[in-house]
Design a binder for this molecule. Structure first.
Ligand SMILES: Nc1ncnc2c1ncn2[C@@H]1O[C@H](COP(=O)(O)OP(=O)(O)OP(=O)(O)O)[C@@H](O)[C@H]1O
Ligand SMILES: [Mg+2]
Length: 253
């Protein structure tokens, strides 16, 4: 069974003159444990689609199944989300931020401490649990966000440009770290980015979207071996894959 199954999803935001058509006839299927990256021009509906996959917004038509069951409302035990800006509570420590979703669900304190510490270790923040967000670098804050996204052990992790605010060097490191975490946890990941290099480096499959209203115009299998290495970026195969995505994105309508 697919981890995520989207069938003929369309969305129109209400507004003047019949509204804003944002997404059109999106169908996609993600196998469990796969890393899928979505790219497409700004405003094509990527975030909208992710919000719908997370149950945070409802589509005008079409269905979304996660683990065979419809997604109609947020369900952090099935789907974790990491946004572009690390959306941490400034008044909570890293540990409290990480365990926040568990606290909401009423998980006993000792148990949520244990889980949150485990997740902070996993993202490389051992010993930083007592720090507040203002005491952390941008990359560290994103790590806390990832830890929080993983803390309920959801089979699916959705990430909307999680590294966009980071400098290039930190971003590369974080991408590599994410693959390490992913290979340990075997989550199904749907990841949005504007960076074509990041897309090819991370993905099993890249879905390319058209300008708004967003449709899927290409699906590119990235058959580079794993684990991925920085050296692969300099190869011909990598360059060709990147070029193919770029050609699709820049294609005139
Ligand atoms: N709440 C909303 N109400 C009305 N229109 C919206 C709303 N949210 C998004 N839109 C419109 O829907 C379209 C898609 O927006 P969305 O944020 O999903 O794009 P995106 O692909 O994530 O863009 P970016 O790459 O810039 O993040 C845009 O034209 C946007 O103006
Ligand atoms: Mg967006």
């Amino acid at each position: 069974m697919s981890a995520i199954e989207v069938d003929r999803l369309s969305h129109v935001y209400s507004g003047a003159e019949g509204g804003v058509p944002a997404l059109q006839d999106i169908s996609l299927s993600v196998e469990p444990g796969k890393f899928v990256v979505i790219v497409g021009p700004s405003g094509c509906g990527k975030t909208s689609l992710l919000m719908m996959l997370a149950g945070l917004r409802h589509q005008s038509s079409g269905t979304i199944l996660c683990d065979g069951r419809p997604i109609t409302a947020p369900d952090p035990s099935r789907v974790g989300v990491v946004f572009q800006e690390a959306s941490l509570f400034p008044w909570l420590t890293s540990l409290d931020n990480t365990e926040f979703p568990l606290a909401l669900r009423g998980t006993p304190r000792a148990e949520r401490r244990r889980r949150a510490e485990e997740m902070l270790n996993l993202v490389g923040l051992k010993g930083f649990g007592a720090r507040y967000p203002h005491e952390l670098s941008g990359g560290m804050k994103q790590r806390v966000s990832i830890a929080r996204g993983l803390v309920q052990d959801p089979p699916v992790l959705l990430m909307d440009e999680p590294f966009a605010a980071l400098d290039e060097q930190t971003r590369m490191t974080m991408g590599h770290e994410l693959l390490r975490i992913w290979s340990k946890t075997r989550k199904t990941v749907v990841f949005i980015t504007h960076s074509l290099t990041e897309a090819v480096y991370l993905a099993d499959e890249v879905l390319v979207m058209s300008p708004r209203p967003g449709r899927i115009i290409d699906r590119i299998t990235i058959d580079l071996p794993r684990p991925r290495t920085y050296e692969m970026m300099a190869t011909d195969t990598f360059g060709k894959l990147r070029e193919r995505i770029w050609q699709q994105i820049r294609k005139p309508e």
